[in-house]
Ligand binder design. Sequence first.
Ligand SMILES: C[S@@+](CC[C@H](N)C(=O)[O-])C[C@H]1O[C@@H](n2cnc3c(N)ncnc32)[C@H](O)[C@@H]1O
Length: 336
Amino acid sequence: QKLKIYCAEVYCVPQVIFSACELGVFDLLLQSQKPLKAGEVARELGTSEDGMERLLDVLVGIEILEVEHTEGTAHYSSTDVSNLYLAKASPKSLHDMIIYNSQTIYPLWNNLVDAVREGKNQNEKTFGLSSKDIFSAIYRSEEEMLKFMGLMNSTWAIDGHDIVTAFNLSGFKSMVDLGGCSGALARELAREYPSSTVTVLDLPKVVQTAKQHFTESGCTVEFQEGDFFEGDLPPADLYILARIIHDWKKDKCEKLLKKIHSSTSPGGGVLIVEAMLFESRRGPITAQLYSLNMLVQTEGKEHPPSHYTGMLTQAGFKDVQVCRTGKSYDAVLAIK
Ligand SMILES: C[S@@+](CC[C@H](N)C(=O)[O-])C[C@H]1O[C@@H](n2cnc3c(N)ncnc32)[C@H](O)[C@@H]1O
């Protein structure tokens, strides 16, 4: 029965949520002051009534929407979950994450068979792009870059506070978030540690896009254009590597960690943020799935704690501490 559900039903559910997000169902129901009939939703969103009714019924079935029947007609309304996480306007919205999963990740996963056979990402087969330069593939157009940055950004609206408080980082007076993308985690750091300076270093195009689309008024985070594999790193007491190690092959990660070690002073540190596998690799299922996702999209993988400890000690760091947050992402702090 479980197998039947996994093979015949579970794979359809994400498509239902993706489609409803893309069509704007959750935004419409949030804005609407009253429950709406399928025909009204269809008219507003320019869809067929029959298709919309079936979609809405599944959304009720999976408890993302609610329905009430008045004189035999179904009236659909939003729920706390859809308003908080699925409507675009919510500060905790996962809308950008869902759109990226729908339009980019899902097509890559369609080639999972080949990814497993070949042991490499499927950028070439899926998008006709070189599988070698992973960020050229991810940033293949301005639109894709913005979608990817939206995806990265939305994670930290939910999990950011747990990450920045996983350890007391107040002793680090200057922090550089390497590959800090839209600056979402950096903003959480700046909020939590107002007496520290926080800088995001990322590729020039990413920094320009972050400044244009993702800044918040009153935010003290600085941005710096650069390439963490080339040249010197800006000096810092603490370097952050959030979802960076999982992108790259082991030799590149080791090179980067050595560079960080030589850029900081004794007492300085590095904070690695990743979805960590159990030591046995028998879970968590989220980290196992993320690791497969790294296979289809990048050259890296998710690791258990001992791999991080190994890479960090090899780079010269001591005092490696691991904090499992209980959420999707965990943190590892190491000191020089
Ligand atoms: C998976 S994303 C993680 C983003 C961010 N740290 C987060 O957790 O939301 C990887 C980031 O590394 C950046 N990146 C990739 N190669 C880079 C390089 N050579 N130098 C600097 N940043 C780089 C990408 O632009 C992207 O922002």
